[in-house]
Each structure stands twice: as structure tokens, then as C-alpha cells.
Design a protein around this ligand. Structure first.
Ligand code: SAH
Length: 215
């Protein structure tokens, strides 16, 4: 608990995140329950942590920054691509009405589902599928957060954004240093795109990057 408050103060507030609801969510969600026992002592450190199968739970600051950027409202329905540990899912679940989260690796999804259920999140639905296709049955979404990097924002996701909807995604070549967070907003049929800071995420598998599925 003390470690979590320190994480928020030193890594997140100190770097300029001030959305009160995002800070409250980061102070609430027990990050140590989203990593395995071997990494529990690192849960509140300033870095990503391995969660198995070559995947990682993002650095706390990145989770907070991406969440803040989406300007989430309590009534929003949000799509997340890349459930992973379920940590970002839980943060979103604290902030909005409903979270729809897609994961492509069954083992990770199962573990994340257990954690989210045990912590009592009832506004989360998950699906095992290729997130590049989105979740057409539940569209449109007020916001979409992608937590694995495609080479370009998948068109299906843009088409599933509501009018006024926001999307944030790391975009770039897999495993390269040149990924960038991309923020997009839809107004009618117009999409505006803003490039934010450089990041390093695991690649989005499947779909356009199909060969990576067997990598
Ligand atoms: N948000 C996560 C971080 C996940 S790392 C967390 O807080 O822990 C990225 C995740 O995206 C991995 O779990 C990976 O398996 C998943 N992923 C990769 N390609 C995907 C795809 N095409 N569809 C859905 N999930 C995908």
C-alpha cells in the first residue's frame, strides 16, 4: 500500500499526470497481484515486468499516461486490445462503465480473468481473439486502447470508434526502438492523428503481422 502510494507520487504525479480519477485508480489497483510471485517485489518499480510467454505488464507511468490521454468518462464503453496480466484492464474498469478486453494468448487470458474476478470487477468482458479485428458486436466504443504494437493502426479499430471517440496505440516496427504512441480522435468521418512520445511495446500478433504468430 505504501509502495503503491510512493509509485504514484514519484513515478506518475512527478511526471505530470494530474487526472484525479486516473491517479485514484493507480492508487487503488493492487499491481502486485497482477505479476507472479517471483516478480512481486518489483511490482511497484518504474519498469515493465515479464508476465510469461514473452509478454510484459507495462511500466506504471505508461499505463497512467495512456489512460489519461483517452479523457475517459464514467459512462464510457472502452475496448482494450491485449489483456495481458489484466492490470491495465483493471485500471480502465475503475474509470469507465464497461471494458471489453481482447487477448490472443489463452493462458494469459485465463490468468487475467481469474485475477479480475477475484478482485470483483463486474464491468469487464473478455474475449480470446485477434484484437486487430476489434469486437464488432460491441462497437461502437468511446475509447480504444491498444497495448501491443501494430505496424499501423488497424482500420477495423478506427471503424469501431464512436463519433467523438479516442484511440491510443503504440505503432511501429516490432522489437524496434522506433515505436511511437499514436493518439487518434474521430469526429464524424474525420480522424485526426497526433504522434506522442517514443515507446517500446511487444508486437501485435496475427492479422496483418500473421507470420509473428509462429515466431
Ligand atoms: N495491458 C497489458 C499489457 C499487455 S502486453 C497489461 O497491463 O498487462 C501485450 C498483450 O497483447 C500480450 O498479452 C499479448 O499476448 C497481447 N496480444 C498480442 N497480439 C494480440 C492480438 N492480435 N490480439 C489480442 N491480443 C494480442
Amino acid at each position: 500500500m505504501a509502495l503503491r502510494q510512493q509509485m504514484v507520487d514519484e513515478q506518475i504525479v512527478a511526471r505530470g499526470i494530474h487526472d484525479a480519477s486516473v491517479l485514484a485508480a493507480m492508487r487503488t489497483v493492487p499491481r502486485h497481484l497482477f505479476v507472479d510471485a517471483a516478480h512481486a517485489d518489483q511490482a511497484y518499480t518504474d519498469k515493465p515486468i515479464p508476465i510469461g510467454l514473452g509478454q510484459t505488464i507495462s511500466q506504471p507511468y505508461i499505463v497512467a499516461s495512456m489512460s489519461e490521454r483517452l479523457s475517459l468518462n464514467p459512462t464510457d464503453r472502452v475496448l482494450e486490445i491485449g489483456t495481458g496480466s489484466g492490470y491495465q484492464t483493471a485500471i480502465l474498469a475503475e474509470l469507465v462503465f464497461a471494458v471489453f478486453s481482447i487477448e490472443i494468448l489463452p493462458t494469459l487470458l485465463l490468468e487475467a480473468q481469474h485475477r479480475l474476478t477475484r478482485l470483483g470487477y463486474q464491468n469487464v468482458e473478455t474475449q480470446l481473439s485477434d484484437g486487430a479485428v476489434g469486437w464488432p458486436k460491441q462497437a461502437p466504443f468511446d475509447a480504444i486502447m491498444v497495448t501491443a504494437a501494430p505496424r499501423e493502426v488497424p482500420p477495423a479499430l478506427l471503424s469501431q470508434l464512436a463519433d467523438g471517440g479516442r484511440l491510443i496505440a503504440p505503432v511501429g516496427h516490432p522489437a524496434q526502438q522506433n515505436q511511437r504512441l499514436v493518439f487518434m480522435r474521430r469526429e464524424g468521418d474525420t480522424f485526426t492523428r497526433t504522434e506522442l512520445y517514443a515507446v517500446r511495446f511487444v508486437p501485435l500478433r496475427g492479422g496483418a503481422d500473421k507470420p509473428d504468430l509462429n515466431a
